[in-house]
Write a protein that binds this ligand. Structure first.
Ligand code: MTE
Ligand code: MO
Length: 311
């Protein structure tokens, strides 16, 4: 079940399910506009404590996956195809300085330093279900800011219907990009209303610490009602576009990876069922929920669409 809370909940009201979230990291009081806690951000992608974090608006009551599993069982093909490969690059990706170029159909295109991009917003911790298309899942306490208000600052025009994202292209640092098997850099896209949805998060940390290389430092998107591959890591470019953008997995195998890729237990991957999932750290499989359990929040985005056709 999804619990929606006021973002400025007081420390005394934190649920036991979230007690890893220490009082120390919570801002007492709610009056001041917060400076997001990236002041001591590491220049290489390793975990440093985040400050100025508040309890987020969306927290599921499922038991969070252990920090060890969240940081050692990863998909990040730029750092290898094995789930254990990306953790070997912890602390190695250079993440400062880091800029994000925002352009396309918007009135105020700009190249912005990652810290300036995040800072005006309140940094929240949200606990999201995370479902990979490979039928495993996790529950991750992400730290970040809603993507919508960040995008609004660039004033998308009325022509902007989709948002395209791009990961860093740097084969020296990302050896996976030397394999010509994939069409690098990694790209992903969302319809503008999906990108603006309050559940869509621009994450800069997890478990109260800055992102490690393996989880997409220094910033990545998290779209909890879609399969994990939509949640693109280590972003350097964002573009507002009129037409549905090309994305890495959709171009690689369009019959296997749809543009929408909403979690849907009734639409199987051509090579395996999507009806069930295995939570990492658990033994038994569990049923997969429509929209990964976020139907109440997002089903209306797809009213009138055939989700078997637009999978
Ligand atoms: N740039 C980039 N982003 C990526 C991937 C990737 O290989 N490269 N893998 C995706 C997939 S398939 C999943 S399941 C999630 C995994 O996120 P996590 O390792 O932080 O759990 O990241 C997604 N984002
Ligand atoms: Mo995935």
């Amino acid at each position: 079940m999804l619990i929606a809370r006021a973002p400025d909940i007081r420390p005394s009201e934190i649920t036991p399910a979230a007690h890893y979230f220490s009082r120390r990291r919570l801002l007492a009081g709610t009056g001041a506009m917060l400076a997001a806690g990236l002041l001591a951000a590491p220049d290489h992608a390793r975990a440093e404590p985040l400050t100025g974090l508040v309890k987020g608006q969306y927290v599921v009551d499922d038991k969070p996956t252990s920090l060890d599993d969240v940081t050692h069982y990863n998909n990040f093909y730029e750092f290898g195809t094995d789930k254990s490969d990306p953790a070997g690059y912890e602390g190695k990706l250079k993440t400062r300085p880091w800029t994000v170029t925002v352009g396309g159909e918007c009135a105020k295109p700009a190249t912005v330093d990652v810290d300036d991009l995040i800072r005006p917003n309140r940094l929240e911790e949200r606990v999201y279900r995370h479902r990979c298309v490979e039928a495993w899942s996790m529950v991750i306490p992400w730290d970040g800011v809603p993507l919508g208000p960040v995008l609004q600052r660039f004033e998308p025009t009325s022509k902007a219907r989709f948002v395209a994202f791009q990961t860093l292209m740097d084969p020296m640092q990302m050896p996976g990009e030397r394999l010509h098997f994939f069409d690098w850099p990694y790209t992903e896209g969302l319809r503008l209303d999906e990108a603006m949805h309050p559940l869509t998060l621009l994450a800069v940390g997890l478990y109260g610490e800055t992102l490690r290389t393996q989880n997409g430092a220094p910033l990545r998107v998290v779209v909890p009602w879609k399969y994990g591959f939509k949640s693109i890591k280590s972003i350097v470019a964002v573009r507002f576009v009129e037409n549905q953008p090309k994305t890495l997995w959709n171009s690689f195998a369009p019959n296997e990876y749809g543009f929408y890729s909403n979690v849907n237990p009734t639409v199987d991957h051509p090579r395996w069922s999507q009806a069930e999932e295995r939570r990492i750290g658990e033994f038994l499989r569990r049923p997969t929920l429509m929209f990964n359990g976020y139907g109440e929040q997002v089903a209306s985005l797809y009213a009138g669409m055939d989700l078997k056709k637009d999978f």
